[in-house]
Design a protein around this ligand. Structure first.
Ligand code: CU
Length: 761
């Protein structure tokens, strides 16, 4: 993730060159990308959403219209084009949909209320203000009309509404200035770099991605570790162990300066003192990565073919056509009595709205809030790394999904579009969805009198976000009995650093010159559950071992040791700060206490985590900006001004974030029979190992949360599925099966597997 600053902000010209290269490749790819198969069996049946999607992201036309309207001098924002803006200018940093309030959306969806207004959230960096600042504006309604106006959204949704200018991401005007300072610094010690690292300083020899370090926004002191410029993914191992910290705080670039150089665990506060020590022979040279032999670091086939592995691997396909429907225009999906609308945010990625099962809303919204990774290490890069990926454009990091490999063979793909440096940009094939075979029954029983088994299937909606080095696969999976699962898996490259011989307390050596450091991934979701209605409560079940005595026991019998359940409905928000019990001694339900099933239990969903961690370290680098990750889950009263646990600028203001999540529950409101939001994290503690090279594995680095019906109904909810057999013994004792009239032979051939050719980027 280290370099991802540059993907958005192009901090160094060398990295820009790298990305220019990608763009050239992408251009060729667009011409030669294979046409997708037209097999009708892999096409979803035609379908219309019941209503136009009020959550659909802003179209490129809408983005252009908002930009033009804001740039008009009549709005008095004095905006310059981002490419031309200097440090003392104002420019638009981002534009995206501001989703309608839940109240408006529900009125529209459920009660024939009016179509909610289309609104835009806009970040404007105002370098021309005194003091310079960053504004979060609400612009609308759209399309532009005499009613369109600009409101201060920051005051409504942030706890610290004044966002300091130092929290901004970079832009071309700043990149140019910064490159000058970085070049002057390393240029002054070029001879020493040539001797110590093997190459003299130049923008083509070294990459200099920045690690932000802003505290409360009163300063801007990023760290740099020099990396050799590589022409492929081996760049993620090309760290040199040579660090610098700069002061880029002031709008006046003549005040920008070097704060520190660090090499071989020593520090210097000027290039002169560094050169003095170098010339005096006081600096020990460390061996560097071979830049010629990098195959070990790259994805490619290596080794002999395993027995029968020259044959294609198994696939899932639907023998008589797809069993889900997609309205691609309105981004509305149905599958086996489930339905939902899709949305996409360049900050937060794919979002689900109005998730219904058998006609009843289970969740109003399910969306990513933030993805943190918090490192520990012995050098400035690893010790100072604490990312909040939303600020690095997690949503815009969504990458094209590679057919036949990243999703099921017959998956349906959707595109996303977002505002990118002054214009709308489309990324194709970035959301996939498919029904998949679980390869095991949902349920089953077999005995001599009767038997049965129901085929296991699930519907998965998937995207992969590549944030610099890492690839996060995020799946929302629906099951036919009413469960929803949110899973995050990680692959891609480790953030490594230069190998430190004394670094075993933090690091694992993974190559001749690099090591990976311990870090936590915690990925937080908003799950606005509406189980059996909008008013819900949280119920905790505690399981303890007790000594029991009963009247049917003899007097001389010892008390019976056994488990016992107690139940409590939680009263206030602070009680619903949840850490899962490692041995399932406690579990939590969210449901409607006023809506009971036939046996008198509140209709509920159970929260079922699978291998989850939470953040355990806060301090200067990650503090008030990631409090949503300090526990496994929280339940708070749903509020329109508490829409998101984080914000774009939380990443760059650890000490004074725009959104301070503790404020969501600090007022300790009643959570009994209220409209509630569950903020739940998944994640894993990543101790790197040799097998993380070249890439971390999705199948191992994974975590999930499942939400399942718990007394929600009177019986389990897959009994209406026909893809099941039921058997009853006849007079002679043979189990005679009934397969419910399903023709498993099917009418479609297996999906075509066309060569991929070149890939889009
Ligand atoms: Cu990791």
């Amino acid at each position: 993730m280290y370099i991802k600053v540059d993907t958005r902000a192009s901090l160094s010209s060398t990295i820009m060159m790298l990305f220019s290269l990608y763009c050239i490749v992408a251009g060729v790819a667009a011409l030669t990308h294979q046409v997708r198969q037209s097999d009708t069996c892999a096409t979803t049946p035609a379908h219309r959403a019941p209503k136009p999607n009020p959550f659909k992201e802003l179209s490129n036309d809408e983005l252009t219209e908002v930009r033009s309207w804001l740039m008009d001098p009549k709005q008095s924002l004095r905006l310059k084009d981002i490419d031309e803006a200097g440090l003392k200018d104002n420019y638009i940093d981002s534009i995206e949909l501001w989703h309608p309030s839940k109240a408006d959306a529900v009125k529209y969806l459920d009660q024939d209320g009016p179509v909610p207004d289309r609104m835009a959230k806009v970040h404007v960096v105002s370098g021309a203000d005194n003091p310079p600042t960053i504004k979060t504006l609400l612009v609308g309604p759209l399309p532009v009309s005499p009613d369109t106006k600009i409101d201060n959204l920051a005051e409504k949704i942030y706890h610290n509404a004044e966002i300091p200018w130092n929290a901004k991401t970079s832009h071309p005007g700043e990149d140019r200035e910064r490159t000058n300072v970085i070049s002057a610094t390393f240029g002054a010690i070029s001879d020493a770099l040539n001797d110590l690292l093997g190459l003299p300083w130049s923008l083509s020899n070294y990459d200099t991605g920045l690690l932000p370090n802003n505290g409360d926004g009163s300063f801007r002191h990023p760290w740099v570790e020099l990396m050799f410029t590589m022409d492929n993914s081996s760049m993620w191992f090309a760290y040199t162990g040579f660090f610098a910290q700069f002061d880029f705080s002031d709008q006046d670039t003549s005040k920008w300066k070097l704060r520190k150089l660090v090499y071989d665990n020593k520090k210097w506060t000027s290039t002169e003192s560094f050169m003095d020590d170098y010339k005096a022979g006081k600096i020990t040279k460390s061996p560097q990565m071979s830049r010629n032999d990098t195959q070990w670091a790259l994805r490619s086939v290596k080794g002999n073919t395993r027995d029968l592995e020259d044959l294609p691997s198994p696939i899932t396909y639907s023998p008589s056509g797809l069993r889900y429907r997609v309205d691609k225009d309105e981004r509305y999906v149905t599958w086996l009595d489930w339905s939902f609308y899709l949305s996409y945010s360049p900050e937060q990625g794919v979002m689900l709205y109005d998730v219904k099962f058998k006609g009843e809303r289970i969740a109003y919204e399910i969306s990513l809030q933030e993805a943190i990774s918090n490192y520990g290490g012995g050098d400035p890069l690893q010790a100072m790394t604490a990312y909040l990926d939303r600020g690095f454009g997690m949503g815009t990091g969504i990458t094209p999904l590679v057919r036949n490999y990243d999703c099921s063979h017959e998956a349906t793909y959707l595109d996303v579009n977002f505002y990118d440096y002054g214009a709308g940009r489309v990324k194709n094939d970035t959301i996939c969805m498919f029904e998949r075979d679980l390869q095991k029954p949902i349920s089953r029983h077999y005995q001599s009198t009767d038997a049965g088994s129901t085929r296991g299937v699930a519907f998965e909606l998937r995207s992969i976000y590549t944030v610099g080095n890492y690839d996060y696969l995020i799946s929302f999976t629906l099951f036919p009995e009413g469960s929803i699962e949110i899973e995050v898996d990680a692959s891609g490259y480790l953030q490594t650093t230069y190998y430190n011989p004394n670094g075993d307390a933090w690091d694992t050596r993974v190559s001749a010159t690099s090591s990976g450091s311990i870090h936590d991934h915690v990925i937080t979701f908003k799950i606005d559950l509406d189980v059996a209605g909008e008013k819900n409560s949280v119920e905790r079940r505690d399981i303890e071992v007790v000594d029991s005595r009963f009247d049917w026991m003899d007097d001389d019998e010892a008390p019976l040791k056994q488990k016992k359940i107690s139940s409590s409905v939680l009263d206030k928000e602070k009680e619903a700060v949840i850490d899962w019990d490692g041995n399932s001694g406690k579990f939590w339900l969210i449901g409607n206490q006023d809506a009971k099933n036939s046996f008198g239990y509140p209709r509920s969903y159970r929260l079922m985590p699978r291998s989850v961690i939470h953040n355990i370290v806060d301090g200067d680098k990650m503090d008030k900006n990631a409090k949503f990750a300090d526990h496994h889950a929280f339940v708070t009263v749903n509020k329109d001004n508490e829409r998101s646990a984080s914000s774009f600028y939380n990443a760059f203001l650890p000490k004074k974030p725009p959104v301070d999540f503790t404020k969501f529950y600090e007022d300790d409101e009643s959570i009994k029979q209220q409209d509630l939001t569950l903020w739940a994290s998944v994640g894993f503690r990543h101790v790197p190992r040799a097998e993380d090279v070249p890439n971390t594995l999705f199948i191992e680095a994974k975590s999930a949360l499942m939400l399942s019906p718990f007394n929600y109904a009177d019986e389990e909810l897959s009994r209406d599925l026909r893809n099941a057999y039921y058997a009853v013994a006849d007079d002679e004792g043979y189990l005679v099966t009934d397969e419910n009239g399903i023709n498993h032979e099917g009418t479609c051939s297996t999906p075509a597997f066309e060569p991929l050719g070149t890939l889009p980027y």
